[in-house]
Write a protein that binds this ligand. Sequence first.
Ligand code: NAP
Length: 481
Amino acid sequence: MNAMNFINGIFVDAIDGETIPNINPATGQAIGTLSRSNHRDVETTVRAAATAQQDWSALSMLERADWLDRIADGLEDRKEELAQRESTDTGKPLALARRVDAQRSIDNFRFFADFARKQAPEVFEMSDATNIVHRNPIGTVGLITPWNLPLYLLSWKVAPALLMGNTIVAKPSELTPLTATLMCEVARDVGLPSGVLNVVHGYGPEVGQAILEHPSIRAISFTGGTATGRHVAATAAPMFKKLSLELGGKNATIILEDADLDVAVEGSVRAGFTNGGQVCLCGSRILVHASIADEFTAKLVEAVESMTCGAPEHESTQIGALISQDHMKKVESYIQLGIEEGGVVLTGGTSEMTGQVGPSPEGAFLRPTVIDGLKSTARTSTEEIFGPVVTIHRFNSDDEAIEIANSTEYGLAGSIWSSDSNRAHEIAKRIETGIVWVNTWLHRDLRTPFGGVKNSGVGREGGAWSLGFFSEPLNVCIKHD
Ligand code: NAP
């Protein structure tokens, strides 16, 4: 199918008529095209969004919450199609796309609708005056998102942005345009007012850059890599745009010597290899207490070798294709680097080492890989690979585990596995990161803050944090008679 821009309530080609082929990474085959937009398309879109903003912001938040529920209903009606499109675009297992991507995209709209209904007025009484805080919309906001969890991450921004009365110019990754298109079809079909939600497809440096630079787009919410995030900040900050940056990670999974080993192995596999390791929260560095390291590692390798890799459409598939051949080459180059840095590949490796694991030689398939023996300071151990590769590191004390965990430029997430939750909690408080899970991973309550420190980002999303980002508080102080 062809993913066209959605501007002012209708699907249109890019003004210049240019397109980009859309490739299914599991087969290497083109499955359609998407519009290749540029600054001219963004200009048209911003005008439509600005026009729509007045009426949209005149609705009450509760009326806008009802619109979110209508979109959630529309997505729910097309949930299977949503999962199919996500799996085709990304190469991820269809079962995962159903369980995670499709479900969470629907949940994001429902969550923010319900959250809005629970908001209490913000009133601060003084002895002689009353302060009333109003949450005004920012105006037109730009949303830029990556390919790993396409609609999951886009809807996580769209829902609160709409709720707070903003209109949207969104750019999904050019690698994964199909579910943003489905969301726009739903928005059109449920009758969302024209111009409120707009999507322009194309390359980051072309259409994304035009969004960053447009003076009428007053806020940018960006999720993607740290290098791109740095460029986004350098472009948007001098224009005093409001900025939210959700960036890369190199997260530690810490296994204490009192952990239930079977539970820790299962958790480490899930944290390391969900979505082929292409989740910013993935635990790509496993830090294990030296006294249990050999037993843990043997069990981990056994569990990883039993994972089913292959065709995304098979129900039993746990690891599908990576997002592209280019990305697979990048991941393979890190495995090679790991070997050059002194690492030992315990299982997995490059395609050359493992042979074809997918249904098609053109598919971007790679077996899950475990590397042992690397220094915790090696590039392979500290740089974000964003693929099915974990490294194992040993520690002898809680202090040493914390030191290794904190030794990268990133600080997004992590997990600790222990039978002593108080001890794990004490360690968690000393990790420089945004989220730590104890004896679990990716267990999300959407009311809680989500985001990173250091080079993993600026700001938080989730619940009140999202409503705060997508609004401008206005305090009215009324002096009593
Ligand atoms: P990316 O290359 O940084 O791209 C992210 C988005 O930015 C894409 O839509 C991209 O468009 C766009 N872009 C690229 N250059 C741009 C420019 N000059 N101006 C405006 N937009 C531009 O990241 P990715 O490879 O898609 O995603 C993987 C990264 O995202 C990883 O580092 C991962 O950790 C991170 N991530 C972070 C979170 C989080 O919540 N912290 C969640 C998921 C992923 P094109 O696709 O057209 O280049």
